[in-house]
Design a protein around this ligand. Sequence first.
Ligand code: SAM
Length: 211
Amino acid sequence: MGDEKEKYWSRFQDSYDKNQEYVVGKKLLGIISEKLGDLTGLGEVVEFGCGTGYFSEILFHNASQMIATDLSDELLGKAKMRLKDNPNVTFQKEDCVQTSFTPDRFDTVFMANIIHVIEHPIKALQESYRILKAGGILIIVTFTNHGMKKFDIIKMGARFLRAWGKPPQHTSSFSPESLASLMESAGFFVNESGLLGNKTKAVFMIGQKKQ
Ligand SMILES: C[S@@+](CC[C@H](N)C(=O)[O-])C[C@H]1O[C@@H](n2cnc3c(N)ncnc32)[C@H](O)[C@@H]1O
């Protein structure tokens, strides 16, 4: 198997969805799903870090075509099984900081819960910018401690350790402001930015490549 960043999440191919529901709660996942379900006319979409396809399953309905990508063969296999009856979704192994896609290709790049677990988030944003068409959009949703009560952070930390064990080597906790600033430094205009959730939270953001 490949290096550390490829292996960390692959270990959980059979328990991923349950672990995620346990750690952040079904309520937050439902809020994210609802928000994603409302996004229409996404055109040709590429997703980075699709994992088991938990959110791909929601977003692909609003895409003309979707390529779901991940670094983990095991998780891509799970996503493939989940979405196997949908001919407008294909699967591909890609590293989100350096993909094989040609420049200016996609209408939409989508990333759920990946930007906070990679070593160089800016590189994933720059790569998104490179492969988006002019006017194309980048949709990011990412779990965060920001805006959570201290006690809820401690409880979520304990659930994380129970479910996943030691956290991945590189983790960040973005605020809407810190992620917006990173998006802008990659060249994006930020069209929408905010926090979702109650006890547990996620930053939600839409950036646009210049026309
Ligand atoms: C926390 S999981 C999120 C999975 C899914 N998006 C979700 O929200 O359910 C992070 C995912 O990113 C993938 N990943 C980590 N580093 C990556 C990289 N450099 N390029 C592509 N995928 C990566 C992992 O294999 C894993 O599937």
